[in-house]
Design a binder for this molecule. Structure first.
Ligand SMILES: C[S@@+](CC[C@H](N)C(=O)[O-])C[C@H]1O[C@@H](n2cnc3c(N)ncnc32)[C@H](O)[C@@H]1O
Length: 236
């Protein structure tokens, strides 16, 4: 081999990152009745919340119980950002974020249930919010273009993904360099959080599941909310 070629390979070597290896999914016959019996890195995946329960997402006491205002504040969204609200449901966070990013920015509201997206669109029209675009995803693909998103928010949804590896891989790909994933999940470590086990996640579990992706680094965890973690991962 010629010295110039060897030199070029040595220079490029640190830039070549190994592709993440998908951890195996496991199916167990004995499992939590609120879970689907499929496990990922030791965690049982929860059932998807059906669109019939969408009213619960819009309950008036939610703001006080979950301090959703503090979550929006903690995100420090900037005017002009492109935000993806993955598992957007009725759009509870979509319109709040649409206001924060302004008319120069946009919110891509992704869900797998067309009924949820119909409801979301009605809610956006009622609020006269024009910068929310609904996107029908699949259970393995949020259908976002590569390198286009500044911030991904997931509130009470990641634990429902039945293909979390594939979803996370696609989300990382959709982020711009320097973009972030903001993961919000009920705190599994806190016995005072009165939520079903499979609907909670510990910070350690979240870090384990996202550490698989070499482009993503844990940045910080805010525990300013009464019941949920806000865990931020940043793309290098
Ligand atoms: C509990 S709701 C949360 C809705 C919203 N984030 C909120 O906090 O108001 C979860 C939503 O995630 C959606 N979902 C589940 N798996 C999904 C996936 N793989 N991709 C996109 N959405 C998904 C469900 O259809 C449901 O609307």
């Amino acid at each position: 081999m010629r010295p110039l070629l060897i030199f070029s390979i040595l220079l490029a070597a640190p830039l070549l990152k190994a592709a993440p290896v998908p951890p195996p999914y496991e199916t167990r016959a004995e499992h939590d009745p609120n879970g689907i019996g499929k496990f990922y890195l030791g965690r049982e995946i929860a059932h998807v919340m059906g669109h019939q329960a969408a009213g619960w997402l819009e309950r008036p006491e939610r703001e006080e119980e979950e301090r959703t205002d503090l979550l929006i504040e903690a995100m420090q969204l900037k005017q002009g950002e492109t935000v993806a609200d993955i598992g957007a449901g009725s759009g509870y966070f979509s319109w709040r974020m649409a206001k924060a990013v302004g008319t120069g920015g946009k919110v891509l509201a992704v869900d797998i249930q067309p009924e949820m997206l119909d409801l979301l669109q009605r809610n956006m029209a009622r609020r006269e919010v024009a910068n929310v675009v609904s996107v029908l995803g699949t259970t393995s693909d949020p259908k976002l273009a590569a390198g286009t998103v500044d911030t991904i928010l997931m509130v009470d949804v990641y634990h429902e993904f039945d293909q979390p590896f594939e979803m996370a891989q696609a989300m990382v790909k959709s982020l711009k360099s320097g973009g972030r994933i903001v993961l919000v999940e009920f705190r599994a470590e806190d016995p005072k959080v009165n939520i079903k086990k499979v609907h909670k996640m510990s910070e350690a579990q979240a870090k384990t599941e996202f550490a698989i992706f070499p482009d993503l680094k844990w940045e910080k965890t805010f525990d300013v909310l009464p019941q949920q973690h806000i865990i931020v991962f940043r793309k290098n």
